[in-house]
Design a protein around this ligand. Structure first.
Ligand code: 4IA
Length: 402
């Protein structure tokens, strides 16, 4: 008898997850990735990829082995200088991560933000009244999914009125910069200095209104929960992570309803489903599609030995449609229990702003469900390509008033 030898070979893919075709429609590539195996070597970038729920969930939970401090983009901060000072939350691990995280967890907690709900409801009603006064056809991206977060979130943070037009372009570049240095990054490069300066100017203590999240972050510095130097970077996190994500999350849920009218009927019958609908849309569309981790030790996953210091691409969108975990994953279905999706990440880095995002979404959906009996796509839809985001450029819709 011969001695047992391992015959396992890690599947290799030559595909580019950041190519035009994949960004336009990531689903076929994700299906191939999941079928290939639990861990796939992506040779174009010399990284490993995980596309199945079980391994993605396990890696996100094991922050000791799969670190964030080397950056959650393709760039390895151990070897390359980051394009901006690293985020104190996203691009940090314990113990450095703990104080900033604790401060934001408190400020953005479900109880703390409840007071915002009432004024946001009035904002949502007002926005829809104005929109519908102009007719029943509009662009659900610019007129609704972008308009609503831009109306309520910057005020909640407490940044000045001027310069807010920089928020989306800055976020768009930041999310592109997690990917490879492709043409999407090149397109953003000429404005990086200008946009970074504009965002930084919104993070200073003296420009923030006294009642917003920004002021609360500085109050935490006054209590010595964080240092004074950390405060502006934590405000920057809100401005980076809180705009493009919610815009595309709202666009995702509106698109899902426009293309699944029976689900819209269910929401109208039971507006209490608004939060579930948003989470189901985050699962279904996964506005944040991918993130990297870096291994801190050699580890075996699904028969593959991954060496210390390797970048691993976590396909959140793929895990959220893994048929091993989800029944009929390609259906947008309000009767499912979407919690457990990894669209907000998982583990110690799981989205600290998710209660804000849910509040924004449920507020606008509740107001919409009151006024709108039906919503349909009325023209050609256009994706917005971004290395990290599954995003929309345009969603022309026609609505029928209730
Ligand atoms: C930050 C994952 C994504 C939503 C995100 C982006 C930026 C930051 C945090 C999260 O700048 O801290």
């Amino acid at each position: 008898m011969t001695s047992p030898v391992s015959t396992f070979e890690t599947p290799v893919s030559s595909a580019d997850p950041f190519s035009y075709d994949v960004l336009e429609d990531p689903l076929p590539f994700q299906a191939e990735l999941r079928a290939a195996g639990p861990v796939v070597y992506l040779e174009k970038y010399d990284v490993y990829g995980m596309g199945r729920y079980e391994e993605v969930h396990a890696a996100l939970t094991d922050w000791q082995t799969f670190q964030s401090a080397a950056g959650v983009g393709l760039s390895n901060f151990r070897k390359e200088k980051p394009w901006r000072p690293p985020s104190l939350l996203l691009e940090a691990d314990p113990p450095h991560h703990d104080a900033p995280r604790a401060v934001l967890t408190k400020i953005l907690g479900p109880r703390e933000i409840r007071r915002l709900g009432e004024s946001w409801a009035a904002d949502a009603e007002d926005l829809l009244d104005q929109l519908l006064a102009n007719g029943t056809e509009f662009d659900a991206v610019t007129d609704l999914a972008a308009a609503f977060p831009l109306r309520v979130f910057p005020d909640a943070v407490g940044i000045p009125k001027s310069g807010r037009q920089n928020l989306l372009p800055y976020g768009d570049h930041a999310f592109n910069a997690f990917g490879p240095a492709n043409e999407l990054v090149a397109k953003g490069a000429p404005r990086v200095a200008e946009l970074s300066a504009a965002i930084a100017s919104h993070c200073a203590r003296d420009v923030l209104t006294p009642d917003g999240f920004g002021a609360q972050i500085y109050a935490a510095a006054d209590r010595r929960d964080i240092t004074e130097a950390q405060a502006p970077l934590i405000v920057r996190s809100l401005l980076t992570a809180g705009v493009d994500t919610t815009v595309n999350g709202l666009a995702a849920v509106i698109y899902a309803f426009a293309t699944n009218p029976t689900q819209w009927d269910r929401l109208r019958e039971n507006p209490g489903l608004a939060r579930t609908a948003f989470d189901e849309a985050v699962r279904f569309e996964s506005p944040v599609q991918t993130f990297f981790r870096t291994t801190t030790r050699d580890i075996e996953v699904g028969g593959t030995l991954i060496r210390e210091g390797q970048k691993i691409l976590m396909f959140l969108g793929s895990a959220n449609r893994d048929p091993r975990r989800w029944e009929n994953p390609d259906e947008f279905d309000l009767s499912r229990e979407p919690s457990g999706h990894v669209g907000f990440g998982f583990g110690i880095h799981q989205c600290v702003g998710q209660h804000i995002a849910r509040l924004e979404a449920s507020t606008i959906l509740t107001a919409l469900a009151k006024r709108i009996a039906a919503i349909e796509i009325s023209g050609p839809t256009r994706r917005h390509h971004n290395n990290t985001l599954r995003a929309w450029e345009s969603l022309p819709v026609r609505v029928r008033r209730a």
